[in-house]
Design a protein around this ligand. Structure first.
Ligand SMILES: *[C@@H]1O[C@H](CO)[C@@H](O)[C@H](O)[C@H]1NC(C)=O
Ligand SMILES: *[C@@H]1O[C@H](CO)[C@@H](O)[C@H](O)[C@H]1NC(C)=O
Length: 344
């Protein structure tokens, strides 16, 4: 194009006009290129924290919660010293193992030993990448990997991994405080089947606000049967990533064989990833202003709210209380964590 334009301009006999036009043309082209490069170049994420196996055993980084089970189950959360002594928190083959007692039988109604850990550091956004080789699961088991602010539910809650009993499809949930007016914005019929879909998961609830008697949160179900529990572990585990920024909160689950190379390289680029499985768009409320100072939490509860309401129709044997009495029922109630990395 340029030689042709130059030839025409040269032929016009006005060299001044030619020079100016040519410069303007070149300038415009450079500006255009600069814009294209900016639009295509990914946002750079820089590593803020990298929690590897031994960090989960270090109370400067992760504290061990020892209060009564807040979900009303039969869980006794142990201190780090006690969990370590009981063989429920340790490092093996470069993985942090967080387990439930599977050795002891207990009387009916007794609490079973487990662990719940909380990052000492709090976050106000970022890109979080969690690689699990396995997650705790089983009948009467309610495992979760989640983040939560202070003074629940006012600081909000983000549930990245959560379900109960024999489910193999993961549920992703956001909770905001009672004063908020937050909703999950759904795909429209035109976006849902196209590449402009906001998310690929199945919407379960659209009301995010948690209040007395109504705290289900707004949630998605992952349609993949490798996203939770036995299905996840049989597939060799995988990576859960979530991005919390001004656009809202997006989540991805990558099966082991489809973890993007940029994650392996430590230079994650969410703009190159497929459509997230869950997305709470800031069109549904300014989520950023309803989520504050979130600590990361990993825990395994036994029984309690959701596990017990689901139990009768779960395909699990007998009653939940009977299930909890037998140690051998909990051999798979064990998290195996490769790492959690946080980027900004
Ligand atoms: C625990 O973490 C702190 C802070 O990073 C570090 O100074 C300390 O050496 C760690 N402790 C152990 C036992 O690794
Ligand atoms: C998941 O679904 C596939 C295909 O329907 C099936 O073969 C497999 O057994 C299921 N896995 C689990 C853990 O349910």
């Amino acid at each position: 194009m340029r030689p042709l334009i130059s030839a025409i301009l040269l032929a016009s006999a006005s060299l001044a006009v030619a020079a100016n036009t040519d410069k303007a043309f070149v300038r415009a082209r450079h500006t255009q290129n600069a814009r294209d490069v900016r639009a295509r170049s990914p946002k750079q994420y820089t590593l803020v924290d990298h929690y590897s196996a031994q960090h989960f055993m270090n109370e400067s980084h992760w504290s061990y919660f020892t209060s009564a089970d807040p979900t009303g189950g039969q869980t006794k959360y142990l201190s780090h010293a006690d969990a370590s002594k009981a063989g429920l928190a340790y490092v093996q083959n470069g993985q942090a193992i967080l387990a439930v007692d599977s050795k002891n039988d207990l009387p009916l109604g007794a609490e079973r030993d487990s662990v719940r850990i909380t990052s000492t550091k709090a976050y106000n956004g970022g890109l979080f990448i969690a690689d699990f080789a396995a997650m705790a699961h089983g009948c009467a088991v309610w495992p979760a990997y989640w983040t939560v602010g202070e003074h629940w539910p006012n600081g909000g809650e983000i549930d990245i991994i959560e379900s109960v009993n024999l489910h193999v499809m993961n549920q992703y949930t956001l909770h905001t405080g009672p004063g908020s007016d937050c909703v999950l914005v759904k795909n429209t019929p035109t976006t849902s089947a196209s590449s402009s879909a906001l998310y690929t998961g199945t919407v379960m609830d659209t009301e995010c606000k948690s209040s007395e008697g109504s705290n289900a949160g707004c949630s998605f179900l992952d349609p993949r049967n490798t996203s939770f529990g036995h299905g996840f572990n049989m597939a060799g585990g995988g990576v859960f990533a979530h991005l919390w920024d001004d656009a809202g909160v997006k989540m991805w689950y990558f099966e082991r064989q489809s973890v993007p190379q940029d994650i392996h390289n430590g230079q994650p680029d969410p703009s190159s990833w497929p459509t997230p499985v869950a997305f709470w768009s800031s069109l549904g409320c300014d989520f950023a202003s309803h989520l504050h100072n979130h600590h990361l939490v990993i825990n395994t509860a036994l029984g309690g709210g959701w596990a017990s309401s689901d139990y009768p129709n779960s395909g699990c044997p007998g009653t939940l209380s009977d299930q909890i009495t037998k140690g051998k029922n909990f051999v798979y109630a064990k998290w195996m964590i490769n790492y959690i990395a946080v980027y900004k």
